[in-house]
Design a protein around this ligand. Structure first.
Ligand code: PEP
Ligand code: MG
Length: 899
């Protein structure tokens, strides 16, 4: 098996298409070599080796060592240095690289090859002992942390890890000698510190830090493979749905140094602005530094160029100003990469003694707004087709634009507590917690929290994921917190240096003001401002974003599925039309009965002793219902409106306390005990499977008659006003065709009467919800009469799985944790089970009625994967809540393109 792919000096074994085998990093390094971009030579050990390693009790293929050695020989030739050579040593970096980027999830060891043998030679060669000992102490810090502690499976308590301990030694040393910054330390200082580090490592971990270059290399390689199954990598994969079988590749590459002196530097950049999408080269850099310094937030990074400067950084020298030639070379690489990949890239570079080296390129994480702008701009720049643009943007990124912001005026009136860098957009309001574990705990208790950290690390992702927003004291726009939050579209502010956190007291000082755990704060992640207390959140305003509107107009051109909405009021209906809805797919009528002036009639109806009393009570509700339907039909003029007849178990209306029972007895002129008896007799052990849905209309036909009359009288009145109405009457929870036929007859009878009485003419349909397995199995029989089907996938999921939709919360976490379910089936359709029933019902229904209209109105109607399934099964429309309508429109276009 070819386990090692070499890349270097104009020639690479791999290429960009080989991401599965080489990981994203390895494949893109190879691709850059093929594009003649300067990349230090190196080798990639494939993801297959990772799988082999786990399948074979942590052993490598027998010839791996030889393959690695051969590739290192080639690196040595290109670099003119030799690994382990006492006179002219080659140093190597060891980094992970999975198929999909997992920022900071896995491990890196730099400066591999520094030993007591090679250090003197390198000092002689560079004439820079400070640089050599600085590099050495970095190797010791990374290696002891990554290889000797994490890969060995040690799990010290928070704050007791070896890395922390070594950092404490360094801080102590600096304090003792009056040094402020790392820059103040001399070569001798780093040498002393390295000695102290090694003593502490032996003490704490029980082993010597290895002094052999090959031992270091293989320790690093193994640690990267180990890190694939580290705790934080596993929890990140779970959140991002990355399969464990993918494995990671390992990249071993010649070291180049950004910290050899003042003409050396390192930086990270995006080929376009990752927050706004603007077509400006955007990045940060540090003189005389190694890459980790930029992201770790130890020193404040400088802006790459004029367009990256902000109010805070306007006086810092940019790379454009400091090294214009190198900047221009970098800028032309930026253009080459964008043209080649047709996508915004996230790049890392190092300048060694004035010479530019590229260390990474990958598709850059971006906010939703940036994703949309970049995709639309790239269509205009003829880099992408409209179809590419639609596929490129994700439904989640569209969703981000639909997210709330702080109320503009309230925010203007609030005093700013502090400022930081605007790393993730939108507003965030919540209660402060200071650790990821607390974030998780508080979230479980139903609290909305903001996670505040010094800086975040991959160990924090579980807390970051449940946080409403993230705030860090350190770090730049490319820090871990910023990258992760942006990827998730979360409100995030980083580098807020006026924060001083006391973790033991669980409080922070912000410019003399104490904020304790549990205190509310508000954040504007688009501006980087933080406020005390709660500021109102405002709904998003996607309509003011021109790129969004263009992209959505292309989505509408390309999709064939229609998008309706679930709405029970004219207000919701209007909102949904603004979001682009083309009709109502579900108007639930039960909510309409809860107003104080109606509920009493409803209760009278339910408790009535005989048919005539019941009819009287029901008919008192007619004028109310007629007005409801008139409002909705009018708001949806010319569009179909599916109105569902009464569905919920009756006891929902008669859960009463003592005074309410007494009032009711009074109204009904019967005794309290009679009311109580009647309520008791309606009690059900299993109301979800009890007297609900069409079973109500069968037992109490006057309810169906009243509702049908209200719908048709509203339709007749509007028709007279010249308004086009398209009512669709929907019978719920049908399990047999006889149930449907019974209700349909009632509805049609009323329709004929109303049409006669009013002398009007309008079209209407009578159809049913398909939300029971039996309805799916007998869909052909039901379709004989029904003019449409609408899949009620909430109940269909409930009755197919036998999971109570109201009680799944009790066991779902266990099911997800133990991989018994991959997702909540009430959120995203269970395609292999419930999906089969849907496919069957569609087939059977269409066999009987070719033009049967079919839609879906369960929660799944707003879920991208479920929408794709609906498209594949030839449904006519999906119906979802008004705020999901844009996502549904967009997902429908993606479905049309993907299939
Ligand atoms: C359904 O069951 O999917 C549905 C839309 O109806 P409800 O949620 O009102 O039961
Ligand atoms: Mg239902």
């Amino acid at each position: 098996m070819k386990a090692v792919y070499y890349f270097g000096s104009g020639k690479a074994d791999g290429k960009a298409e080989m991401k599965n085998l080489l990981g994203g990093k390895g494949a893109n390094l190879a691709e850059m070599i093929n594009l003649d971009i300067p990349v230090p030579p190196g080798l990639t050990i494939t993801t297959e080796v990772c799988t082999y390693y786990y399948d074979n009790s942590y052993n490598f293929p027998s010839d791996l060592e030889e393959q690695v050695k051969n590739a290192i020989n080639k690196i040595e030739t290109v670099m003119g240095k030799t690994f382990g050579d006492p006179d002219n040593p080659l140093l190597l970096s060891v980094r992970s690289g999975a198929r999909m980027s997992m920022p900071g999830m896995m491990e890196t060891v730099l400066n591999v090859g520094l030993t007591s043998k090679t250090i003197p030679g390198l000092i002689k060669k560079t004439n820079n002992p400070r640089f050599v000992y600085d590099a050495y102490r970095r190797l010791i810090m990374m290696y002891s942390d990554v290889v000797m502690e994490k890969a060995a499976g040690l799990e010290p308590k928070e704050g007791h890890g070896i890395r922390h301990q070594l950092e404490a030694i360094l801080d102590e040393y600096k304090a003792k000698n009056g040094y402020k910054s790392d820059i103040d330390l001399s070569g001798d200082d780093w040498k002393n510190i390295s000695k102290d580090f090694k003593i502490r490592i032996k003490d704490v971990l029980g082993h010597e830090f290895p002094d052999n270059h090959y031992e270091q290399l293989w320790g690093g390689i193994k640690a990267v493979f180990q890190s694939w199954n580290g705790k934080r990598a596993i929890s990140y994969r779970k959140i991002e749905n990355i399969p464990g079988e993918w494995g990671t590749a390992v990249n071993v590459q010649a070291m180049v140094f950004g910290n050899t002196g003042d003409s050396s530097a390192t930086g990270v950049a995006f080929t376009r602005n990752p927050a706004t999408g603007e077509n400006n080269f955007y990045g940060e850099w540090l003189q005389n530094a190694q890459g980790e310094d930029v992201v770790a937030g130890i020193r404040t990074p400088h802006p790459l160029n004029q367009s990256t400067k902000t109010e805070e950084s306007k006086n810092l020298e940019s790379l454009e100003e400091f090294l214009p030639d190198v900047y221009n070379q970098l800028d032309s690489i930026r253009q080459k990469l964008e043209k080649h990949y047709n996508d915004m890239q996230d790049i890392e570079f190092t300048i060694e003694e004035g010479r530019l080296w590229m260390l990474q390129t990958r598709s850059g994480k971006r906010t939703g707004a940036a994703a949309i702008k970049i995709a639309v701009d790239m269509v205009e720049e003829e880099m992408l087709s409209k179809q590419d643009a639609i596929i490129r943007v994700t439904p989640d990124q569209i969703d981000e634009l639909l997210h709330p912001k702080l109320h503009v005026e309230d925010e203007g009136a609030a005093t700013i507590l502090a400022r930081g860098l605007p790393a993730g957009p939108g507003g965030g309001v919540g209660q402060v917690v200071f650790s990821a574990d607390d974030a998780e705990k508080w979230n479980k208790d139903g609290k909305t929290i903001i996670l505040v950290r010094e800086e975040t690390s991959p160990e924090d992702v579980h807390g970051m994921h449940v946080a409403e927003a993230i705030l860090t004291a350190k770090g730049g726009m490319t820090s871990h917190a910023a990258l992760v939050a942006r990827g998730w579209g979360k409100c995030c502010i980083v580098g807020c240096s006026s924060i001083n956190i006391d973790f033991t007291k669980k409080e922070m000082m912000i410019n003399d003001q104490a904020v304790k755990e549990g205190d509310w704060i508000s954040m504007n992640g688009s501006k980087g401002t933080i406020y005390p207390g709660k500021i109102k959140l405002e709904p998003a305003d996607p309509e003011s974003n021109s790129s969004y509107k263009r992209l959505m107009s292309w989505a509408d051109e390309l999709r064939t599925l229609k998008i309706r909405t679930n709405a029970d009021s004219p207000e919701d209906a209007k909102q949904a039309i603004e979001f682009g809805a083309q009709g109502i797919g579900l108007c639930r009528t039960e909510h309409m009965f809860f107003a104080p002036n109606r509920i009493i009639e409803m209760r009278k109806m339910i408790l009535a002793e005989d048919m005539s009393k019941r009819r009287e009570a029901v008919m008192n509700l007619l004028p109310f219902q007629r007005e409801d339907f008139k409002g909705i039909l009018k708001a949806m003029e010319g569009m179909p409106v599916t109105i569902r007849l009464l569905d919920p178990p009756l006891h929902e209306f008669i859960t009463l306390d003592k005074p309410q029972i007494e009032e009711l007895a009074n109204e009904l002129e019967i005794s309290v005990s009679k009311v109580k008896n009647r309520i008791n007799s309606l009690h059900e052990l299993n109301p979800m499977l009890g007297h609900r849905g069409c079973r109500l209309g069968v037992a109490y036909p006057e309810i169906t008659e009243m509702q049908a009359r209200a719908i048709f009288e509203a339709s007749a009145e509007l028709t007279k006003e010249g308004i086009i109405v398209m009512p669709e009457v929907m019978i719920p929870l049908v399990g047999t065709s006889a149930e449907f036929d019974h209700q349909e007859n009632l509805v049609r009878e009323v329709a004929s009467k109303v049409i006669n009485e009013t002398g009007t003419n309008f079209k209407y349909l009578v159809g049913t919800m398909i939300e029971l397995p039996r309805a799916c199995l007998t869909a052909d029989e039901i379709a004989e009469k029904a003019e449409f089907f609408s899949f009620g996938t909430n109940d269909l999921t409930q009755t197919t799985y036998g999971f109570s939709r109201d009680d799944i919360g009790g066991f779902l976490p266990d099911y997800l944790e133990k991989n018994i379910l991959s997702h909540d089936p009430f959120q995203s359709l269970d395609i292999s089970g419930v999906g089969q029933l849907i496919s069957l019902a569609v087939d059977k229904g269409k066999k009987v009625k070719k033009d049967l209209k079919i839609g879906i109105c369960g929660e799944h109607g707003g879920d991208p994967n479920s929408i794709n399934f609906c498209y594949q099964n030839g449904l006519d429309y999906v119906s979802c809540s008004p705020f999901r309508v844009p996502i549904a429109r967009f997902s429908a276009a993606q479905a049309a393109l993907k299939n």
